[in-house]
Design a protein around this ligand. Sequence first.
Ligand SMILES: Nc1ncnc2c1ncn2[C@@H]1O[C@H](COP(=O)(O)OP(=O)(O)OP(=O)(O)O)[C@@H](O)[C@H]1O
Length: 467
Amino acid sequence: MRELASGIQLEKSGSQLEFLDEELRNYIIAEAKTILQIQDGRPQLPKTLPRFFNQVRRIRDDDLKFLKKETEDPLYLGNVRSGSKELKTRIHVNAREAIPHHILIPATTGRGKSNLVKVMLWELMDIENIGMLVLDPHDEYYGRNELGLKDHPNQEKLKYYTPDASKVEGMAYSLNINLKSIRPEHFDGIVEFTSAQEDAIKLYHNKFGEDWIQKIITGERVDDQEGDKEKVRPSTLSVLQRKFDNILGIYEENGRLKSRGGVFTTDAGDSTIKEVIQSLEAGEIVIIDTSRLMGEAELLVGSIIVGAIFNKYQKYKADGTLEEKPIIGIVIEEAPRVLGKEVIEKQGHNIYSTVAREGRKFNIGLVAITQLVSLIPRTILANMNTKIILGNEMSQERAEIIASASQDLSDDNRTIASLDRGEAIVTSIFTKFAVPIKIPLFEEHAQEKVNKGEDKPPLLSYEELVR
Ligand SMILES: Nc1ncnc2c1ncn2[C@@H]1O[C@H](COP(=O)(O)OP(=O)(O)OP(=O)(O)O)[C@@H](O)[C@H]1O
C-alpha cells in the first residue's frame, strides 16, 4: 500500500495528495536487532527472538537498571541515548581496566573529540592511582583563558607544563628540557635518519655521552682510530645539524648554542623529565602544552617520558611491585603519526606503538585520538579494546571502525555517519553491548561541579570550631 501511495505521490499530486483515511494508511517500518536479553535483572546475550506480535516501545531508564551497578573506579563518558533523546542512565567504564586496554577515539573534525577528552580528564581527576600524560598540541585542556582542568576541585592533582609558564595565572611549570635528557633511542620511529646519520649519532653518543647533541650542533670532530680519516662526513654532520635545528630549535651562533622557542635548552630543565615521571607515578595528570613545538618535537618529548616510564614499569613487573603502582594513560592526538602502518613500516616501531602492543602487560595504555582509523594497522586497532566512536562521514573510515569494533556494528554504518556533535557509540570488551551515548558539553558538566564546590560551606578554622 505504501509503495503504491509513493508512486502516486511522485507522478501526480505530490505532497498535496489527500488520503481518505490517512491514519490507517500511514505506518512506520522499524527494524529491530536483538542486542541483549534481561533475565531476572541480569543482562545476557540473546539466544532467542522476542515473541511474535510483542509490544515495541522506546527504551526507558528502568530497562537499564542493570547498568547502574557500581563500577569500580568509574570513568563517566556520558548518558545513554535513544536516538537523539538522552536518558538519565549514566555510562561508566572501569578506568583501571579500560585505560591499559587502550581507548580509541575516532572522529572527523568538529564532532566533539576535544570535548570528550576534556570530560574524561575532568572525571579522571577524581579517580586515584591513575597517572595521565596528556600531550596537548592545541593547549586546550588546562583552560588558560576559559574553563578547564585547572578549575577542578582536585586541582592539586594537575601538573601543567608550558613554555611560557610565567604568563599563566595559577600553577604552571616551565617546559624546559635539557638536551642531556635526550638519548638516540628517543628518536626511534619518530624521526627518519639515514644509516650514515644513525652511525654518526651512535659515534657521537659513544664518545660524548649525554653531550652528544650539543657536540653535533657545535660540529665537534670525531676522528677515527687511525687519526687521519673522518668517520663522519661533513655533509652528514650538517644534515644532522639542520635536523636538530628544525626539530629542537637548537642551533649555533657565534660559537654559542641558541634555543629557538626555549623548550630544549642546555642550561635548564635538568629535572623536568624526572619530575614529570614522579608526578605520573604519584597518579597525577600531567598536561604538556606542546602547541609551540613541531610535531616531531612533541612526539619526542612524549617519547622521552613514555620511554622512561615504560622501562620503570618493566622493572616493577619483574620485581613484583607493578600492582602497587598507578595505571598510566597517555593521551595522544593524531595517533597515525606514530601508530600508522606506513610510519611503522618505514621507520620501525616507536615507543607509542610499543605501548599499543605491549603496554597492557605493564599497566600502561593509550588514549589515541584520530580522524583516520584506516591508517592504523588492524592488529593495533584490535588491541584497542574500548572505542568511543563519534560521527564520521567518511565511509572507508567507518568500515575500518566497524571491522575492529568489539561488538557487531555491521548494521550501524549509517548511524555512525549521522551522529551529531557529542553523540557517540561506545563499543568495548567491558560493555555487554555497543552503547549509544550523549557526551555532556564540558562547560556545563564541569560548571555543575565547580558550582557544587562553591555551595559548600567554607571550612572552619580550629579556632572557629572550638569557639
Ligand atoms: N557533547 C557535546 N554537546 C554539545 N556540543 C558539543 C559537544 N561536544 C562538542 N560540542 C561542540 O562542538 C564543537 C566542536 O567540538 P570539539 O572542539 O570538541 O570538536 P573536535 O572534534 O575536537 O574538533 P577539532 O577536530 O576541530 O578539534 C564545539 O563548539 C563544541 O561546543
